[in-house]
Design a protein around this ligand. Structure first.
Ligand code: 3EB
Length: 330
């Protein structure tokens, strides 16, 4: 029997996903444009701004000058600050960000607990209380051994701060190590008035089912999140994880290849056509700066025309050399 379509149906009339782009522009320029929900600079050279919609991400970009990442919605945007939370909202969408100095909270676990407590309280009181996507940038993410590794302490604090806030399902997420000398924990999120649709990767064990060796507190995140109107897929940090195990230790090319296979598996599971395109911005986090040119070359070949931001960042498992996250629009 013939089927009408195997591909997902964009739901007209529902909340349209924010448009995410990379652009060479000054923060003042993009922040002055109507509908700008958030804008991000990358690395120590990025500008500062008091606008709560602006965040300087503590990851260096391998391409200079670094572009600005821009989130835009078709609506008027309001903004403000509440405690440590900086936020903006418009058209059913909410951006919220927290930056905490670990020294003020006795280390990464305390800072992570505090950050997630504040975010949970803030978002929980908003109409846009459906958290769809979260980014976490953490100093020295792989310092410490086994359960004392800082990423695992971060996971403990995150779970403690969240409590049962994601009991109905986890958002998509990224957790990456930065190299800023100040130990600042940066967390930002996208939430909406409508629920999304979580997507898992059939090639991977869901993160919340990772075995004990990956930490006392399993990381809580979905592999990807379809936006409410099914018009865009927010893809979590994706690396060379097959089942629950890291694959191809020490082999950059093979890890990158496995990562791309995982990305395709997510698109297929979300009923999206294969491949990425010029409207699908991706971020690639590379552990060793010496690997950046090769990663750039391979992605240029494998993903022609796709906007890729190449950043210096450490994957939360020390054996993993590269990770990719981003957006795919339907
Ligand atoms: C992985 O596949 C890589 O702790 O929020 C990816 C995305 C990873 C998010 C998180 C961790 C997180 O397990 C690690």
């Amino acid at each position: 029997m013939a089927q009408a379509s195997e591909h997902l149906q964009v739901q007209p009339g529902l909340l349209r996903a924010p448009r995410v782009t990379y652009r060479m522009a000054a923060p003042q320029t993009v922040l002055a444009e109507p509908g700008t929900l958030a804008a991000f600079g990358f690395g120590a050279g990025a500008s500062d701004s008091d606008d709560p919609r602006w965040l300087r991400v503590a990851l260096e970009c391998f391409d200079a000058p670094a572009p600005v990442e821009l989130w835009q919605v078709d609506a008027e945007v309001s903004r403000g600050c509440e405690g440590a939370v900086r936020w903006s909202a418009g058209g059913g969408w909410l951006f919220a960000a927290v930056e905490l100095d670990e020294a003020d909270f006795g280390g990464i676990e305390g800072a992570s607990r505090q950050a997630y407590t504040e975010l949970r309280r803030f978002v929980g009181a908003r109409d846009e209380s459906c958290v769809l996507r979260i980014w976490n940038y953490i100093a020295d993410i792989n310092h410490g051994q086994d359960d004392a590794e800082r990423y695992k302490q971060f996971c403990n604090g995150r779970a403690a701060g969240l409590g049962d806030f994601f009991a109905h399902g986890f958002p998509a997420a990224t957790a990456i190590g930065h190299h800023d000398r100040r130990r600042v924990l940066q967390i930002y999120l996208l939430a909406s008035i409508d629920t999304g649709h979580a997507v898992e990767n059939p090639r991977q064990v869901s993160a919340w089912h990772y075995p004990r060796q990956y930490g006392r507190t399993s990381p809580g995140f979905a592999r990807a999140m379809l936006m409410p109107a099914r018009d865009a897929l927010a893809i979590s940090g994706t690396a060379a994880v097959v089942g629950y195990a890291s694959a191809h230790e020490g082999d950059l090319d093979a890890q990158l290849n496995e990562t791309l296979t995982n990305l395709e598996a997510l698109l297929a599971t979300a009923d999206m056509p294969a491949g990425f395109d010029t409207l699908s911005p991706l971020k690639t986090y590379v552990r060793h700066p010496v690997d950046a040119p090769r990663v750039r070359d391979i992605l240029h070949q494998r993903l022609p025309g796709v906007p890729v931001l190449l950043l210096h960042g450490d994957v939360c498992r020390r054996e993993l050399l590269v990770e990719i996250d981003g957006w795919r629009y339907a």
